[in-house]
Design a protein around this ligand. Sequence first.
Ligand code: RB5
Length: 149
Amino acid sequence: MKIGIGNDHTGIEMKNEIKAYVEEMGYEVVNYGTDVHESCNYPEYGEKVARAVAAKEVDLGILICGTGLGISLAANKVKGIRAAVCSEPYTARLSRQHNNANIIAFGARVVGIEMAKMIVKEWLDAEFMGGRHQDRVDMIMAIEDRNDA
Ligand code: RB5
């Protein structure tokens, strides 16, 4: 399984540690940047990873900015994306089991590296439960279709 990872300037160190951790878990990780410490615009990297997930270049995505908010808001503008901001592992697990989140986001200024690893592990280990949760995810995605009309 391939995981895309992206971040703004606040998340470079955390991205590198999370990338190595996810690779140790046996996943292939594609880095969409940034790797430059200069201040940059998080929507660019949120969109890059989201488009890669939507186009199935990668199976899932991980996004990091200062809070996880801006980069996930950008990702959620791409059709087919369900990006969940999580600051602890319980929500991370449920974001996959119930919401089938295809991107997880968190804040490098909010969580420490050990918490970030737990968040990522819970999310990757979890499986979408389907059933009534599928109906609800379908309802979310139908909102996108109504926007096209
Ligand atoms: C950058 O200063 C900061 O605004 C960004 O990393 C993020 O937290 C935005 O939501």
